[in-house]
Design a protein around this ligand. Sequence first.
Ligand code: NAD
Length: 278
Amino acid sequence: MTISTVPLNDGLSIPQLGYGVFKVPPTDTERAVTEALEVGYRHIDTAAIYGNEEGVGAAIAASGISRADLYVTTKLWNDRHDGDEPRAAIGESLDKLGLDHVDLYLVHWPTPAKDNYVHAWERVIELREAGLARSIGVSNHLVAHLERIVAATGVVPAVNQIELHPAYQQREITDWAAAHDVRIEAWGPLGQGKYDLFGAEPVASAAAAHGKTPAQAVLRWHLQHGFIVFPKSVRRERLEENLDVFDFTLTDAEMAAIDALDPGEGTGRVSAHPDEVN
Ligand code: NAD
């Protein structure tokens, strides 16, 4: 099984499927990441606010896997945007992870009410120049935020990590990203279990047609759209199931039927809206 990679706009590339550790308890993170690495994941998505970077780092250190074969993302939390805080924050994350650089560093939320996301982006650009992050990007940025940071700096983020799943497809942002060579990372790719995605007819029938589970059909839908995903589970059998998505292809009709699950009214969102997180 080979995990596909996608090129980024900075000349680097990223494994298209990884393991996300949001809500993995700190005490269980080393075990869960160790199992993920054992079953074949090489891309880990964490964040300072998840409180589990140390567990990710411990699993990486114990794995014996070469640093060059791993892809690690972490994120700048909302209360570290100002002044020199981004530099201090990435230093703390790297210490916890036991790394001298991350592969991808993201501004976690734009916190628009504080109006400091342009400053945060300028500082994150400096972190890349200092070699502390190979690639840099943003998360939860709406089109207006993206346009503003690009206009201010001339630096286009490599990715925008946003809530995205068949019930909430965020087409305004994905269209902007396609036009500006920004890759989309889909968080909550399975709808965080808060929406009955797996019972939806186009998902269930596509899964049955390919002898796959509904979760695998949804992940395949993401991959065929070019989205980067890192589904979360703490169960080994689901870690394996979520990785086993590279041996089948959804037909154009199956893709279109799943596309149609979101009529574009923004009703399928299961988590916080970027304007509400400050
Ligand atoms: P997800 O859509 O990956 O859902 C995870 C839940 O789905 C699990 O708790 C489990 O109950 C269920 N699940 C997983 N595999 C399954 C399977 N094969 N069959 C049935 N159920 C299954 O949601 P998520 O964890 O929120 O998102 C994935 C990752 O995205 C996170 O771990 C994190 O790395 C990232 N994320 C980022 C942000 C952000 O603001 N940037 C926000 C949320 C999540």
